[in-house]
Design a protein around this ligand. Structure first.
Ligand code: HDE
Length: 744
């Protein structure tokens, strides 16, 4: 332990808590020009970080350890002695190294960053985080899947958690949201039932991290309030390409409260700068095997590469009067308010610019709580939200082993903490003084209650009613918004939703459950029910269409393409010994300048020989062999020029499969020079490809398939090709190409 750490651990939250500042290792100098606030959390964490540079091995008691390879024994071949305190300490710690995983959202990945406000909301709230423009409030964000265990794959069909902890100067504010704007149920009373239904079945603990099984769909059948959310879950939103490419939503309606106690309803939205993009379902399933850490790795790598993920924060602000005029109940978490009805007011941006240094200490021990509110932000009466107010603190007490988990470094506010909550497991602070109660005279009346102008106050909402267990009548329409979602989708998105229902219900063994769910789907849309029915061999029942027949463009991912940048997009270049080094370098450089991560995939990893017109050139390095790199872990594929290289590639079935898969998944494919022969040999789509090859530089033979003519020897032609290819990658996918009518 370093001197600094020792000092901080014993001084708790006193001023030294913000200890000596060290520039975070991964943050580029030019990104650190914000106000001091942005750094507050990292300065505080510095006091807890421990490096091993120059260190000697010790026990937990600081006793130097000179022999760590053998236990203490009675004789060379004799039994181990009980007195071996080194062995006992080492094993005991190891035996206790696991804490319970989160009961939901067990698998996740986190990062630090900041939120910067650019539009003050002073007219609605007194929260400093939303009133001081230009200030950068530090944040920690954890993304997660919901159903799977901590070790499950990233790319399963599931909701993604999107939890943001703002370390504000008025205490921590947690916005614990998801990547979908609605939820499965309307009342927290049903949450344990829902989670039990979606988790692996109790008798055999199958299936892991999957909703495609009888108990979940039985729950859906019995609980039609799930239908709107099931539409989202069957959509592409449930298989995000990247955490960086997801929207986030607070889901519930909250309140912003001004200094006079006036409240305004608010719904929170995060909008990714890179747009909203998803994997193809077939691809997601394969990625789960090829790289189960796909989303986690993407987050980590992009931050390490300086391509900092970024979102804008948009708010839907709704007055009490406007709320009454809406045709949805704002307290019902299975409903959204279309952006066309209440547009978003964009007020700031969030940037994630630093990876944690230790997964367990930071990401695993992070404790989010919907009830972590700051003055100026309050909850609503949404019955799902109300139950959550109980659950988070409750679960964290057991998960983190006692009531002092707010002192764990990642959870500590940067605001000062003083109260009389003492003792309990793992108290890290040494409280001074004789009193631990309020009000006191013994301790000089400290800590004293805050002045009402700075203290937290609930919105003065009028509440009265008769005690009853009942669902509000205004919550009873379960189909209209499900239908709104369906009608708002593009053709490709609808195709994916129908197939997803077909896949999931196809895994349901009991016919009565399939039939029951199909009835609900028919009430959403009979056309959809026909399509799902055709996948599972059932004829859907007749049903009246729900009205009114409206659509919300904002719900379709198609309307959120993002800025088209290639930040940390992964591009594979298929090549073998003898590739054309100069043209490869040209293409690689130009794509790297756009932010892409370009890697050679070759029959073998390591050095690959290259040639140019004058003969052998500088060898290049293949990051992967065809054994370790599957097309599914890349966003796009190129085939390099070079006759010797392409002669090898075009004869290999694994290369043809690589290209065919990329094609099936709608990815951009680009070939230049003799790379065309490899494309032709792969017969991407039956015979059709042979005829398509042979256009000019950068000319798409088909959407997202780019072919540069000849050897593309001239730099200008190659640049034109690279630019067109980069633009295609920036569009994410040529999804229309994948529609069933267009593929053989
Ligand atoms: Fe959660 N949820 N939840 N949830 N939730 C948890 O808290 C719960 C709900 C969400 O990265 C748990 O510390 C109840 C909606 C996220 O650490 C637990 C109900 C939304 C995370 C819990 C809900 C969420 C959690 C598990 C219904 C979106 C991960 C471990 C009344 C708005 C946070 C933990 C992280 C985690 C309870 C419904 C989002 C058990 C009872 C709706 C992002 O407390």
């Amino acid at each position: 332990m370093t001197e600094t750490t020792e000092q901080h651990e014993t001084t708790g939250q006193r001023k030294t808590d913000t200890g000596p500042h060290r520039a975070p290792a991964h943050v580029h100098a030019d990104q650190r020009d914000g106000t001091a606030r942005e750094d507050d959390k990292q300065r505080q964490l510095d006091g807890f970080r421990v490096g091993a540079e120059g260190a000697t091995l010790t026990t937990d008691q600081g006793v130097p350890v000179a022999h760590d390879d053998d236990s203490l024994k009675a004789g060379e071949r004799g039994p181990t002695l009980m007195e071996d305190f080194q062995l006992r300490e080492k094993l005991t710690h190891f035996d206790h190294e696991r804490i319970p995983e989160r009961v939901v959202h067990a698998r996740g990945a986190g990062a630090y960053g900041y939120f910067e406000l650019y539009d003050s909301l002073a007219e609605y709230t007194r929260a400093s985080l939303f009133t001081k423009t230009g200030v950068r409030t530090p944040v920690f964000v954890r993304f997660s899947t919901v159903g799977g265990s901590r070790g499950s794959a990233d790319t399963v069909r599931d909701v993604r958690g999107f939890a943001v902890k703002f370390y504000t100067d008025e205490g921590n504010f947690d916005l614990v949201g998801n990547n979908m704007p609605v939820f499965f149920i309307q009342d927290g009373m049903k949450f344990p039932d829902f989670v039990h239904a979606v988790k692996p079945e109790p008798h055999n603990e199958i299936p892991q991290a999957s909703s495609a099984h009888d108990t979940l769909w039985d729950f859906v059948w019995q609980q039609p309030e799930t239908m709107h959310m099931m539409m989202w879950l069957m959509s592409d939103r449930a298989v995000p390409r990247s955490f960086r490419m997801m929207q986030g939503f607070g889901v519930h309606t909250f309140r912003l409260v001004d200094a006079q106690g006036r409240a305004t309803f608010v719904k929170f939205h995060w909008l990714p700068r890179l747009g909203v993009h998803s994997l193809a379902w077939d691809e997601a399933q394969q990625v789960a095997g090829a790289d189960p850490d796909f989303n986690r790795r993407d987050l980590w790598d992009s931050i390490e590469a300086g391509h900092f993920p970024e979102w804008e924060l948009g708010l839907q602000l709704i007055s009490e009067d406007e709320a009454r005029a809406l045709d949805v109940d704002l307290l019902d978490p299975t409903k959204l308010v279309p952006e066309e009805r209440v547009p978003l007011r964009i007020v700031g941006r969030m940037v994630l610019d630093r990876n944690p240094e230790n997964f367990f200490a930071e990401t695993e021990q992070a404790a989010f709580h919907l009830g972590n509110l700051v003055p100026g932000i309050d909850v609503s009466e949404d019955p799902l939200l109300q139950a959550r107010l109980f659950s988070y603190l409750d679960t964290q007490l057991i998960r983190l082993g006692g009531p002092n988990f707010a002192q764990i470094p990642v959870n500590r506010p940067v605001a000062d903490v003083h109260n009389n909550q003492r003792d309990g497991y793992h108290q890290m602070r040494v409280h001074q003084g004789e009193s631990s109660y309020e009000r006191n005279t013994v301790g000089g009346g400290r800590p004293a209650q805050a002045d009402p102008s700075v203290g937290y106050d609930s919105a003065p909402v009028n509440v009265e009613g008769t005690k009853l267990r009942r669902r509000a009548g205004s919550f009873s329409d379960h189909y209209t918004q499900a239908a709104l979602f369906w009608r708002s989708m593009s053709e490709v998105e609808q195709e994916h939703i129908a197939a997803a229902f077909g896949f999931e219900l196809g895994k349901v063994g009991r016919v009565e459950i399939r039939e029951g769910v199909l009835e609900h789907i028919a009430r959403v849309d009979t056309g959809l029910a026909e399509r799902v029915g055709s996948w599972i061999g059932l004829k859907p029942p007749e049903a009246e269409p729900v009205g009114p027949l409206t659509a919300s463009r904002a719900l379709s991912q198609r309307h959120r393409p993002g800025d088209g940048s290639l930040c940390a997009r992964k591009i594979a270049v298929l090549a073998a010994d003898g590739l054309s080094g100069a043209s490869f370098e040209h293409v690689r450089r130009e794509l790297a300048e756009l932010g892409a991560d370009v890697e050679i995939v070759a029959p073998h990893a390591g050095e690959v020989s290259s040639e140019d017109s004058a003969g052998p050139a500088k060898p290049l390095t293949a990051a992967h062999s065809l054994l370790t790199a599957k097309s599914v872990i890349f966003d796009a594929v190129l085939v390099a020029d070079g006759r010797r290289s392409t002669d090898v590639l075009r004869a290999r079935p694994d290369v043809a499969e690589f290209l065919r898969q990329a094609y099936r998944h709608g990815k951009a494919i680009g070939v230049w020079g003799s790379g065309r022969d490899v494309l032709a040999a792969a017969r991407l789509n039956g015979e059709q490809r042979d005829a398509a090859v042979g256009h000019g530089a950068g000319t798409p033979a088909e959407e997202g398939v780019l072919v540069a003519d000849g050897s593309a020897a001239e730099d200008a032609a190659l640049s034109e090709f690279t630019a067109a290819f980069g633009a295609a990658v920036g569009r994410h996918r040529a999804w229309d190409r994948t529609l069933p009518a267009k593929t053989v």
